[in-house]
Design a protein around this ligand. Structure first.
Ligand code: JHZ
Length: 395
């Protein structure tokens, strides 16, 4: 049974950065109700009414996975590690974005699946790219020209696809008998621990736990045999999944993590009700801090036009009343306006200067990278604000 626990209100598509503030553009802006629920049967946490993927993953898709140094390094390391551990003859990535992972493999040994045309266009010159949504039809098409795949990788994508049945059945079609599916997604455990409710937005249809993945993959004749905690995006899990009949043994660290999650109560609705209360408190505290600083005439901006901050801004109703603008290094976000609250986005060299007193960390998941990059700002008394794990000024 699915039980609702969190209502984050009316939200726009997190990726729909507006190119103008014309009446026509504003009229077309799409909103949906962001309600999050827990399934008492398989322990899966999901968005109650997912948005149609066709309006999310278009040729205007903004996120570039290689935009941060942290993630470029992380993808390079995992690519090396998986090649060493599984020695795949062929690797396929579902949701290959700008190719930041696959570029670490020999070109001829990879295939990419990427439904956003602008991104698929970027990688098709480098390696075989299918500009399609992942589906059983596509798995069959690929199998016409290729043998089964030994390594399927998917980072921050499976949690984005509403139809898990289609997804896993298509994976089962194409995975070789010795093959391994490796998935990375934000971990529910970290979201609850760090009160990072902004990990919920239209694209994050699911926030997985090892408990829920273990239950789900079984339904599709697959087996979760290993899991690894990784620091990506504020705390993620990397799941290792194979065909049931395969020889991979269940690892002690999987057993340990499943136990930790049970202890944390990720199989219990009460945990999520408590979390929802903390989320409301976080909203009150953030708005009150921003009001206090505004009354002191401090100049405030936001750092990183993340999808996550779309949730925070629209849930807390934070707009240009508080933030003069948002800075972001991604070229195709610059000059645009944030979804729903319409804060202008500037390149950092135009916006992140001496006039700024406080910068809200929209990209709190890159706190370490940003702190080391912005030493001068901190030295001259500039301060960051975060809501993770609690609302505070970072000194
Ligand atoms: P970042 C996206 O979420 C969307 P977002 C997606 N749904 C998902 O799951 C995760 O990624 C993985 C900028 N930046 O990665 C770059 C600076 O400006 O946290 C990015 O626009 N300066 C696929 O958007 C943004 O911040 C910097 O120094 O929540 C970070 O976005 C750095 C380091 C980043 O993901």
């Amino acid at each position: 049974m699915k039980k609702n626990f969190l209502n984050l209100g009316k939200q726009p598509i997190a990726n729909s950065f507006l190119s103008s503030m014309s009446k026509n553009t504003l009229k077309k802006e799409y909103f949906y109700k962001l309600i999050v629920c827990f399934d008492t049967k398989n322990f899966l946490v999901s968005v109650k009414d997912p948005v149609n993927p066709k309006i999310q993953y278009t040729d205007k898709y903004a996120h570039r996975a290689s935009e941060s140094q942290t993630m470029r390094k992380a993808f390079e390391l995992v690519a090396k590690k998986l090649q060493k551990r599984f020695k795949p003859r062929k690797t396929m990535e579902i949701g290959s974005n700008d190719g930041v992972f696959l570029k670490n493999f020999p070109k001829k040994k990879v295939i990419a699946v990427e439904p956003c045309k602008n991104l698929a266009d970027l990688t098709k010159k480098k390696f075989k790219t299918y500009p399609n949504f992942w589906s059983k039809k596509l798995s069959k098409k690929i199998l016409k020209s290729l043998s089964k795949i030994d390594l399927i990788f998917s980072s921050n994508t499976i949690s984005h696809i509403p139809n898990l049945k289609e997804t896993f059945e298509a994976i089962n079609n194409i995975l070789s008998d010795r093959g391994v599916l490796v998935i990375e997604d934000p971990s529910l455990s970290s979201v609850i621990k760090t009160n990072s409710y902004d990990q919920f937005y239209d694209e994050h249809v699911y926030v997985f736990s090892a408990l829920s993945i273990d239950n789900i993959v079984k339904e599709y004749n697959l087996k979760l045999f290993d899991v690894e905690k990784i620091s990506n995006h504020g705390g993620s899990l990397r799941y290792y999944i194979s065909k049931q009949k395969n020889f991979y043994k269940i690892t002690p660290r999987l057993k340990k993590i499943l136990n930790e999650e049970r202890k944390q109560g990720l199989n219990n609705f009460t945990t999520f009700r408590k979390f929802a209360k903390k989320v409301k408190k976080s909203k009150r505290e953030l708005v009150s801090l921003l009001k206090k600083l505004k009354n002191k005439n401090k100049k405030m901006i936001s750092y990183g036009a993340t999808y996550k901050s779309t949730t925070v801004f629209n849930y807390c109703k934070i707009g240009t009343k508080f933030f003069h603008y948002v800075t972001d290094t991604t070229k195709n976000k610059q000059g645009k306006f944030t979804p729903g609250m319409h804060i202008p986005i500037l390149p950092p060299d135009k916006g992140f200067n001496e006039s700024v007193d406080y910068a809200y960390l929209g990209a709190w998941n890159f706190k370490k990278e940003i702190m080391s990059k912005e030493k001068e700002y901190l030295k001259r008394g500039g301060r960051f604000i975060t809501h993770v794990p609690q609302v505070k000024i970072i000194r």
